[in-house]
Every structure is written in structure tokens, then in C-alpha cells.
Design a protein. Structure first.
Length: 116
């Protein structure tokens, strides 16, 4: 079993920044890649940023140039630096991990609210 826990969400005014963290625990040897997704009210969950094979990274179109994903050397934690936030970034942000069994694990999510 792999468990994911996110932290760092909150309220921020437009134009400001937030940094999200996600830590994996348990059977972390089974984790192949980690990333971030988000879901806004009334919308489908969408990709924010994720590591793919090796050091490849994929970003959602709406966050390119503003968000940066990173990870620790052990590859058991991922971080999301979010800059130039706008109201459209308001959502629940979920950490996700792909495993060697091709299953996907989700964290409970952390709320990010951008408003003035």
C-alpha cells in the first residue's frame, strides 16, 4: 500500500504564489512516477504537472510557464511551485502516484483558493 499526503494549500490573492508538497509513504518502492492533478467545482479532474519516465515532465497547458514540479532525490516527495496564481487556479489539488502494477494512487487533496 502507498499513501500520499498533500500539504501547502490555502488562500492566496491573485498574482501571488503557493508551494504544495506531497509525501509518499508505505510501499514506495512500487511508485514509478508522481504528479499533480486538480479539480475545480463542476469540472473534470485535469493534469497540472507530472513526472513521466526518467526526468520527463508534462504540464497542463493552463499552467505552463507559471507552475514548476520538482521532487526529492529519493523520488518519494513531489512539490509544486505555483506562481502568478489567478482565480482559475482555484481547485482541489491532488497528488497522484503511478505504480508498477499500473494502478494509480490519489491523495486526499488540498484546497487552493485564489481570490481577492
Amino acid at each position: 500500500q502507498v499513501q500520499l499526503v498533500e500539504s501547502g494549500g490555502g488562500w492566496v490573492q491573485p498574482g501571488n504564489s503557493l508551494r504544495l508538497s506531497c509525501a509518499a509513504s508505505g510501499s514506495v518502492a512500487y511508485v514509478t512516477a508522481m504528479g499533480w492533478y486538480r479539480q475545480a467545482p463542476g469540472k473534470q479532474r485535469e493534469l497540472v504537472a507530472t513526472f513521466r519516465g526518467g526526468n520527463n515532465v508534462e504540464y497542463g497547458d493552463s499552467v505552463k510557464g507559471r507552475f514548476t514540479i520538482s521532487r526529492d532525490r529519493a523520488r518519494t516527495s513531489v512539490f509544486l511551485q505555483m506562481n502568478s496564481l489567478n482565480v482559475n487556479d482555484t481547485a482541489v489539488y491532488y497528488c497522484s502516484a503511478a505504480t508498477v502494477t499500473r494502478s494509480r494512487i490519489w491523495g486526499p487533496g488540498t484546497q487552493v483558493t485564489v481570490s481577492s
